[in-house]
Design a protein around this ligand. Sequence first.
Ligand code: C5P
Length: 236
Amino acid sequence: MTSTAITMPAPTPIVALDVPSITAAHALVDRLGNAADFYKVGLQLYTAEGPRVVEWLRGAGKRVFLDLKLHDIPNTVRGAAQSASALDVQLLTVHAIGGEPMLRAAVEGGGATGILAVTVLTSMSAQDLESARGHAVTRVADEVLRLAGAAAAAGAHGIVCAGTEVAAVRAAHGSVLRTLVPGIRLGGTPAHDQARVMTPREAAAAGASYVILGRTVTAADDPHAAMRAVLAELRG
Ligand code: C5P
């Protein structure tokens, strides 16, 4: 009998540019050099600098994840996704709670830009969810799976979820939905304000498609060395 073992591709690492200015972003990207080629631009940096930060990264040959967590009427989200696509952004986030028509509009507007649906923010507990949504929530994981279903139905590229939720999402949706996992920490480094953290090795074993590297790399004494350690773990 032949072996049926399936080897999963290593997660794609994305470094979070959680900095206030393009000057600070330049310094971090310079420091990481060729150890990182995919960067997350979030609300802080995008609000401060606008599209020029994306244009600079694309011009430098880096891939870009625009983490704007959009949530608006379908027509507006479609337009924003079109704008992200025109900037040649590779990944864009929208909130899954915006509903299937909004998710569909994002996918249509995004074209080649992969739409990732944020399920439940990792900062939210079951109690927070109950009070925000006005209905009983016994398990956050169930809500993640429900929202992942809407993302899959709308044709999204994937979802954002905690590392602990990847296995259940993969079991329900196979490789149709990619998973992007924040809260990654190299062994022995502080968790900061993240409630649930995973090492790069654990995220790879769980089958994450993308991992977000924040402070475990960017706040390290030597970010380049930390990034090399992450890459070694991801590649096993
Ligand atoms: O520094 P740290 O690794 O905690 O940074 C995590 C990054 O991932 C931040 O940019 C944060 O905004 C993002 N993120 C998160 N939890 C989510 C979605 C995004 O921590 N659910």
